[in-house]
Design a binder for this molecule. Structure first.
Ligand code: HAM
Length: 423
């Protein structure tokens, strides 16, 4: 006998059955609504990019490029990568039209991204990520607005500020600090930033010993460790003050916050669920002042974030923020023929109603009528019309309201009038 193929999806990627898709659409619709409320315009691009886009100095994230990309050689011997993030793509697109675009831009997208990771809670090999970025606005207020948008997205799902926390740091302030304690070598600073990205994932002993390896000095390593362990709320931080003026106060400076990508230059931030159930960040982002430099001499700065659907869904479930009314059913009316011979007639009745913009399904399965009605109720369909020979001969139908157990009778015109009036 043939060996059958597995019905499992490829490890770490996602199948969305209709009930999963209903939640996914709910999340995407809410993302779209809030992004557009802030005046963001939507863009898209292909999943495929030339591999060089991620290898270029300035965009690289060592871990992603060397261990996490899905890359292959195409039939023309070109190395191609399934996008692991959207930021290099959008930088490419902005640089490509820099002469005609009207800056500052506010752009958003909801791409799916691929990273070869070990699947675990909050981390998969495929995820969708809302990306919101402002290009061509150097003032810190753009960072403030980006962070306030991120917070508003959570609020619009029904979250309250006590459910999450914004952590902020600043790459250039950290660099000034390293300079001030004698760590002037930029490559050492980059190594510390990369190590800091793992600060929460490794023990403090391991952190200290790796730091000592980078610096070759135990004492300085201890000084850096103590700085990085600090989480403070200084009054003189302009981004924090700006957020406060907008009423956002669940914000902290965290000197260990590093962000995985080398391209961030100034403010960086992440938002965390503080319930204790979800350790992964809900979103992360920051300012990158010259990501377009690999395409053009013109410097265009960007600031933005990426917010993942996996962590978003975990957050919504943890805080019971998924409305119970979410349904995968789209049909408002189901037409049920009493006999297989009337399947075509049932379909014609359905067509007549659809012409008026009302969504209709037909149940031409072979189950008994009672069972079909029960299933329609389960699915959340509001109305049923049973089509038998009597109905066809008399052109009179009964529209049953399955929720209220009421009914009306009439010809198709009466039924349509009723349905339109009761949409
Ligand atoms: P990132 O920190 O790599 O940033 O990802 C941002 C968010 O995407 C994370 O906080 C998480 O919600 C989600 N995410 C990332 N990787 C996975 C995964 N393997 N499985 C599930 N969810 C994941 C970036 O990608 C930057 N390009 C964001 C950005 C936009 N910065 C500026 N603009």
């Amino acid at each position: 006998m043939d060996k059958k193929l597995s019905t499992e999806a490829y490890k770490g990627v996602r199948d969305f059955y209709p009930e999963d898709m209903a939640i996914q659409s709910y999340i995407f619709n809410s993302w779209q609504k809030t992004a557009e409320l802030f005046g963001f315009e939507r863009y898209e691009a292909s999943i495929l990019e030339p591999a060089d886009l991620y290898k270029s100095k300035g965009t690289a994230n060592e871990e992603i490029v060397t261990e996490q990309t899905y890359s292959f050689i195409d039939r023309g011997e070109r190395e191609v990568t399934l996008r692991p993030e959207m930021t290099p793509t959008v930088a490419r697109m902005v640089a490509g039209r820099q002469r005609t675009l009207r800056f500052p831009l506010r752009w958003y997208s909801i791409p799916n991204l691929f990273r070869y990771e070990r699947p675990q809670r909050g981390r998969l090999r495929e995820h969708w990520q809302l990306n919101c970025d402002i290009f061509g606005a150097d003032d810190y207020i753009a960072d403030v607005e980006i962070i306030s948008l991120a917070c508003q997205i959570l609020i619009d799902f029904g979250a309250t500020p006590d459910m999450f926390e914004v952590k902020i740091n600043n790459r250039s302030d950290m660099s000034t600090y390293y300079d001030s304690i004698g760590i002037k070598d930029v490559s050492k600073q980059t190594k510390i930033t990369r190590l800091n990205d793992r600060f929460r994932k490794i023990s403090s002993e391991e952190y200290l010993s790796e730091l000592e390896n980078i610096l070759g000095d135990r004492q300085i390593a201890e000084v850096v460790q103590s700085k990085v362990s600090t989480s403070v709320n200084p009054v003189d931080n302009e981004v924090i003050s700006g957020l406060k003026a907008l009423g956002i106060t669940n914000v902290k400076i965290d000197y260990s916050l590093a962000r995985g990508f080398d391209y961030y230059t100034d403010t960086i931030f992440e938002i965390f669920d503080i319930s204790g159930e979800n350790n992964r960040s809900l979103l992360g982002g920051g300012r990158y002042s010259n990501l377009t430099s690999m395409f053009t001499d013109k410097k265009i700065s960007g600031t933005g974030f990426g917010m993942g659907d996996v962590t978003m869904k975990d957050f919504l479930f943890t805080h019971k923020l998924i409305p119970s009314s979410i349904q995968n059913t789209t049909a408002k009316v189901v037409i049920i023929p009493t006999d297989e011979k009337l399947n075509l007639e049932a379909t014609m009745v359905a067509q007549a109603i659809r012409k008026r913009g009302i969504s209709v399904s037909t149940d031409i399965g072979t189950k008994k009528i009672g069972k079909k009605i029960a299933e329609a109720v389960d699915r959340g369909i509001t109305y049923s019309i049973v089509v038998g020979t009597d109905e066809i001969n008399s052109s009179k139908f009964t529209l049953k309201n399955l929720v209220l157990s009421t009914e009306i009778k009439g010809n198709i015109h009466d039924i349509l009038t009723y349905l339109i009036a009761n949409q």
